[in-house]
Design a protein around this ligand. Structure first.
Ligand SMILES: O=P(O)(O)OC[C@@H](O)[C@@H](O)c1cnc[nH]1
Length: 198
């Protein structure tokens, strides 16, 4: 019986108080509450398409703006997934996904290298989606990648609608991650790296 790949991370600052739980071998059931409706929708989509059971409880200083809420949630979600992966042993390590949403096509390629990096080739035609500033989506993806230990390349190949561009990005990240965290019989028991450790 494989060890459970679950984790809980709690992070409290003067700006945000966040609790995240993940189960990497779930079926994408989520309970999300950040105080930002569109962001909740994106995180629910991330859980569903990542096949990750997830709870996200974020209380942030929204009276200032949404920046801390969105960025810090990305930090804690990244930390929780890295904690559940427990040294990346036995996983595929690499994942990629192409996600169409109507007129939009987005690509994500991801490496659980433990050398975190973000290549962001996503542009929006509108400053907001719902009540969210579109500039915050990069903040989330950057915070997530840095704290998950993932090298993430996310690119909108083409698209117009800002909802589709944002959501296809969360779906592409989720589907690429889902592939990367799959257990690989060829790497069980050791890290998938020629240097012997990630
Ligand atoms: O996961 P789906 O793409 O089936 O739908 C999710 C929901 O976001 C969908 O209603 C949507 C369609 N266009 C923008 N959003």
């Amino acid at each position: 019986m494989a060890a459970s790949r679950t984790a809980e991370v709690v992070r409290e600052t003067k700006e945000t108080q966040i609790r995240v739980t993940v189960d990497l071998d779930g079926t994408g059931v989520s309970k999300v509450s950040t105080g930002v409706g569109f962001f909740d929708h994106m995180l629910e989509s991330f859980a569903r398409h990542g096949g990750i059971d997830m709870t996200v409880e974020t209380k942030g200083d929204l009276h200032i703006d949404m920046h801390h809420t969105v960025e810090d949630t990305g930090i804690v979600l990244g930390l929780a997934i890295a904690k559940a992966l427990d040294g990346f042993k036995g996983v595929r390590r690499f994942g990629h996904a192409y996600i169409p949403m109507d007129e939009t096509l987005t690509r994500c390629a991801l490496d659980l290298s433990n050398r975190p990096y973000l290549v962001w080739k996503v542009a929006f035609q509108r400053p907001k989606v719902g009540e969210m500033d579109t500039e915050l989506f990069k903040e989330f993806h950057h915070a997530f990648a840095m704290n998950c230990g993932a090298c993430v390349h996310l690119e909108t190949l083409y698209g117009e609608n800002s909802h589709h561009i944002a959501e296809s990005g969360f779906k592409a990240l989720a589907r690429a991650l889902r592939q990367a965290v799959e257990l690989d019989p060829k790497t069980l028991g050791h890290a998938p790296s020629t240097k012997g450790v990630l």
